[in-house]
Design a protein around this ligand. Structure first.
Ligand code: SF4
Length: 250
């Protein structure tokens, strides 16, 4: 527990501006963007949702949409037919069962079509300020590398890791870990030689240890690139982060 908390403290210093990497302005936009983020990058979702929400700003609008028109907008995110069906179905459920509002309770959220625990926690943590752990692919890989848990099922990982930290830290912990996984501790080639938490990491050496070679593996702002959001939070901009370009610009 001590080492886990120390790693989180170090990561908080490396990524003081860690944040959800999907652009959203309200809970409806966040739940739709999270559903769209399956099998694609947050960047691609962020480049696609401005057109979607400009045309369909509310669940009622999207519930009544012509699927072919939605498919056209969602095409860049991949699996666009299934995703169109999912977001229209989700919007219908919101409009019909929840008065057009995204519910703020886990038990209601997971009843929505296409919304599992992972999506529900993203929405609770980031749109409602309720603590939640997001066990995505990065989170699973990193907590195993750090030996925080031997579990392999997301629900069990969530429970074990949740037990190592106070509840109030869960949401930011998730952001720190996911930021680190995306930028430095990659699946195939972790950049160990450029990793600020290397002295605390039991998996140091699993990736490139040569500092110069490791530096070339860094992604996003640490490598001088823009982040994922077109409209990132101010703290990220203040730290020198660059907004992502709109669709078609790169
Ligand atoms: S030392 Fe390597 S394996 Fe450990 S967190 Fe850093 S990049 Fe990941």
């Amino acid at each position: 527990m001590r080492r886990a908390r120390r790693i989180n403290r170090e990561l908080a210093e490396v990524y003081p501006y860690a944040h959800p990497e999907l652009d959203f302005e309200n809970p409806f936009q966040l739940v739709v963007a999270t559903v769209l983020s399956a099998q694609t990058t947050d960047l691609r979702v962020n480049q696609t949702t401005p057109a979607l929400f400009a045309k369909y700003p509310t669940p009622e609008d999207l519930a009544a949409a012509d699927p072919e028109e939605v498919e056209e907008i969602l095409r860049p995110t991949g699996f666009f037919r299934a995703k169109t069906k999912a977001v229209i179905g989700l919007s219908k459920a919101l409009a019909e069962q929840f008065g057009g509002e995204v519910p703020g309770r886990l038990e209601d959220l997971v009843k929505l079509p296409g919304v599992g625990r992972k999506t529900a926690f993203v929405v609770l943590g980031n749109a409602f300020g309720r603590p939640g752990i997001t066990v995505d692919t990065h989170f699973q890989r990193l907590v195993r590398r750090w030996k925080w848990t031997e579990e392999t099922e997301p629900d069990k990982i969530e429970a074990t890791v949740g037990g190592l930290f106070p509840k109030s830290e869960w949401t930011m912990l998730s952001h720190h870990v996911i930021f680190h996984g995306r930028r430095i501790c990659h699946a195939r080639k972790p950049a160990c030689g450029a990793c600020p938490i290397a002295p605390l990491c039991p998996a140091y050496g699993e990736g490139e240890t040569d500092p110069e070679k490791a530096k070339k593996l860094l992604k996003y702002e640490k490598g001088g690139f823009p982040g994922q959001r077109l409209k990132p939070p101010q703290a990220y901009l203040d730290a020198g982060g660059k907004p992502a370009p709109p669709l078609g610009a790169g």
